[in-house]
Design a binder for this molecule. Structure first.
Ligand SMILES: *Cc1c(COP(=O)(O)O)cnc(C)c1O
Length: 423
């Protein structure tokens, strides 16, 4: 089936007399006839539901839908995007290991990597999203376990050269993990360009209505863990906590990574989505193509308006001709560059704050990428833990305003912006 059809139908096919919508299975537990039947589940000898911390039918149906949209082989939902990025890396790296990440990433992810995971003994080297193959190769170490970047970075709106990052990752025998939150699979499918694992904050466009925090991990099934067995023993050697199961042997390259993340990390950390939230996500995904088309068209019109305004010092939107990332966007994002536009208001930090206070329709919110237009000043919110040097490396200046253009009538949005930009 084509993408738009999968948005509505993938992951759930009701039999005669069953609910047309994905049912919300609001149950923590599932009943079995005998202890032996249940024991098989605990040994990973049989598949089935027993406790919602590990798996739930509603969440699995929605994960399967997203898996189809990304073109992957296995997927899981989590309680947040933060949990998704943590699991995606911790599934293949532990104390003593090293990750190379683009510096142009979401502030929360930067904090997770540079502060919290560092405390767990995992070190990170941050590189420019524009790094050449040589520069990327120089950052790789013998203990490097993955390369990480965001398709369209939040909030700097840099566009990742996925093919280049994948090439260097694979030359060093490690996977490329791409956070595809802003692009969504409607605008870009990173697996088609060589990425091995995709993560999402489903809180954003996939849900689309600012209704539920959530995350997801999708595996392409393409990375050959067995070929680099010495680097990824957790996937390729027996797991004592499941009577010696070897994930790549038992679940194949298509299922090993997600199975391990589910039965080890979800079991132990419990970042489980509520079935109701998974259901809201599934509902949101039904209209993803329609919403993304309008987000992209509105954002391009707003970006052009801002570019022509005398009180705006600069505009970043990869869909604008002349933008530094225009050519990469033409390649990776031919259908549009999502709804997020960043720009600088003349007058620096205080100019940005004055502008924000005057907005009426666009609401100030620590949120982005949903149907209603919202606006944020990252230097005083999501990125406030960074010093000026780190802010610059992440591409987030003190005057930067992040505008998440919704699906309202674009004339109302432009009128609100014009009023707030008046002297
Ligand atoms: C929001 C966001 C996250 C974190 O997701 P939560 O759902 O808020 O935990 C991670 N990556 C990107 C690109 C994001 O925009």
């Amino acid at each position: 089936m084509k993408f738009d059809t999968n948005c509505l139908h993938a992951g759930y096919k009701p039999a005669g007399g069953e609910p047309r919508n994905i049912p919300i299975i609001q149950s923590t537990t599932f009943r079995y006839e005998t202890s032996e039947d249940m024991g098989k589940l605990f040994d990973l000898e049989a598949s089935g539901y027993f406790y919602t911390r590990l798996q739930n039918p509603t969440s699995d149906a929605v994960a399967a839908r997203l898996c189809a949209l990304e073109g992957g082989t296995a997927a899981m939902l989590l309680s947040s995007g933060q949990a998704a990025n943590f699991f995606a890396i911790f599934n293949i790296a532990s104390a003593g290991d090293h990750i190379v990440s683009s510096a142009s990433i979401y502030g929360g992810t930067y904090n997770l990597f540079a502060v919290t995971m560092k405390r767990m003994g995992i070190s990170f080297t941050f590189v420019s999203p524009d790094a050449s193959e040589e520069e990327l190769a120089k950052a790789m170490q013998p203990n490097t376990k993955a390369l990480f970047g965001e398709t369209i970075a939040n909030p700097a709106l840099t566009v990742l050269d996925i093919e280049r990052f994948a090439k260097v990752a694979h030359a060093h025998g490690v996977p490329l993990i791409v956070d595809n939150t802003f692009a969504t699979p409607y605008l870009c499918r990173p697996f088609e360009w060589g990425a091995d694992i995709v993560t999402h904050s489903t809180t954003k466009y996939l849900d689309g209505h600012a209704a539920a925090v959530g995350g997801a991990i999708v595996d392409s099934g393409n990375f050959d863990w067995d070929r680099y067995s010495d680097k990824f023993p957790g996937l390729t050697t027996p797991d004592d906590s499941y009577h010696g199961v070897t994930y790549t042997k038992k679940f194949g390259l298509e299922g090993a990574y997600i199975t391990k993340a589910t039965v080890q990390l979800m079991r132990d950390f419990g970042s489980t989505p509520a079935p109701m939230n998974s259901w809201l996500l599934g509902m949101g995904m039904e209209t993803l193509p329609l919403r993304m088309q309008k987000h992209c068209a509105n954002a391009l019109a707003v970006a052009k308006f801002l570019q022509g305004h005398p009180n705006v010092s600069w505009v970043h939107y990869a869909g604008l001709e002349g933008d530094q990332y225009y050519d990469l966007a033409q390649k990776y994002l031919p259908k549009g560059c999502c709804g997020v536009v960043s720009f600088g208001v003349k007058g620096g930090r205080s100019g940005a704050e004055r502008f924000m206070a005057k907005l009426e329709l666009c609401s100030i919110a620590t949120h982005v990428a949903d149907a209603k237009t919202c606006v944020l000043h990252p230097a005083s919110a999501t990125h406030r833990q960074m010093n000026d040097e780190e802010l610059l490396a992440a591409g987030v200046g003190p005057d930067l305003v992040r505008l998440s253009v919704g699906i309202e009538d674009v004339n109302d949005l432009i009128a609100d912006l014009a009023r707030a930009l008046e002297d």
